[in-house]
Design a protein around this ligand. Structure first.
Ligand code: NDP
Length: 331
């Protein structure tokens, strides 16, 4: 039998294990022109939380009592399509099922056996592209500038910080533990870090770690952390708004400081984006990320959770800060 994970309830506030349901179904069989895929790695991502609400957004909501889907690396185990051979690895947005059939539509063949295929869910996949394009297209980093990154030890943040260093910036990362803060310096070469969970006065901590002010703020978290960074921006600062995970489980409208006076007085840019806004730039961005990875200029880290049954738990762990780098489930 084939295991499948459904969305059983729309979460209110923080999602819980009871919002997910495991069912068994008959093993699928590939028909004419179809391929049979075995799930190998599953990406769990903060944006999936938004899809669990019954609200219109840039991606449609998940349907209740239907399989959840996300970025998945799968292996072809049967093929009636000459474009796919048994043993090939593919990536795409697929259902949380152990096995599934596909027409191959929307799937990408992975053709670099010397790089671990899981990297195509992170640094060489959606989160790497988000880091690269959000920083370069909106942040426009320049040599000697100060870049602050929130959610710095996560999938997007850890790549943003490294690209900032490649571009010659001084990079300051905000994260949720001393272990992560040390890791940012030792593995990803951040210049300074702030553990927001044990910092009483974030505004002061940013002033201290950014003595020349903040030129670019890559915002992954929103909320109070971002309010504090905003107090320290320089004239002509750029702020790519990538995500707001600190607010994804809010049950009422949060009221923050009004940002307009600061943006006006600093001639600053705050711009939200969805990575697909830059779809025309994906091929060049992928090539650059791949080359940096091959030459060792860029590195990555994954938190790998084992087992299909652990997918919901891994997803919930994102809201507890359980991951360093990309959170991935190995099935
Ligand atoms: P991460 O790998 O960064 O995982 C989530 C991390 O968020 C956790 O490890 C935790 O780290 C931090 N976090 C959780 N709750 C809070 C909180 N209340 N306050 C502050 N930090 C918190 O995820 P991704 O790198 O995949 O995504 C990062 C952000 O980018 C998300 O907001 C996501 O939605 C967004 N995103 C946007 C895209 C776009 O196209 N715009 C595409 C991809 C991602 P810690 O221990 O530091 O608290």
């Amino acid at each position: 039998m084939n295991k499948v994970i459904l969305l059983d309830n729309r979460p209110v506030g923080k999602p819980a294990l009871s919002d997910f349901k495991f069912i068994s179904e008959e093993m699928p069989v590939a028909d004419d022109g179809e391929i049979l895929l075995k799930t190998v790695y599953v990406s769990v991502d903060p944006y999936l939380r938004g899809r669990m609400n019954d609200a219109k957004s840039y991606v449609p909501p998940f349907e209740l009592h239907k399989p959840i889907s996300s970025g998945i690396i799968a292996q072809v185990v049967d093929s009636n399509d000459s474009a796919f051979k048994i043993g090939d690895y593919v990536s795409g947005n697929l259902d949380w099922k152990e096995y599934q059939v596909s027409t191959g539509n929307g799937l990408q063949l992975i053709g670099a056996p010397d790089i671990d295929v899981s990297a195509y869910l992170g640094v060489l996949g959606m989160t790497g592209l988000t880091a690269y394009l959000g920083l370069l297209e909106i942040g426009v980093p320049k040599q000697g500038e100060t870049l602050v990154v929130s959610g710095a030890a996560g999938a997007v943040g850890s790549v943003v910080g490294q690209i900032g260093k490649i571009m010659g910036c001084r990079v300051v990362g905000i994260t949720g533990s001393d272990h992560k803060a040390n890791f940012l310096k030792s593995k990803f070469h951040f210049d300074e870090t702030i553990n927001y969970k044990n910092t009483v006065d974030l505004n002061r901590a940013i002033k201290t770690t950014c003595p020349d002010g903040v030129d670019i703020y890559f915002d992954n978290v929103g909320g109070k952390i971002s309010d504090a960074v905003l107090q320290n921006i320089n004239k002509h600062a750029r702020m790519p708004l990538c995500g707001a995970i600190s607010m994804y489980n809010n049950t009422s409208q949060a009221l923050g400081p009004y940002v307009q006076p600061i943006l006006v007085s600093k001639s600053a840019l705050m711009q939200g984006f969805i990575v697909s806004d830059f779809a025309d730039k994906f091929p060049a961005a992928k090539k650059q990320l791949f080359n940096w990875l091959k030459e060792g200029t860029l590195t990555y880290h994954e938190t790998v959770i084992n087992g299909f049954d652990a997918i919901p738990e891994a997803f919930l762990g994102l809201f507890e800060g359980n991951n360093e780098g990309k959170m991935i489930v190995k099935v």
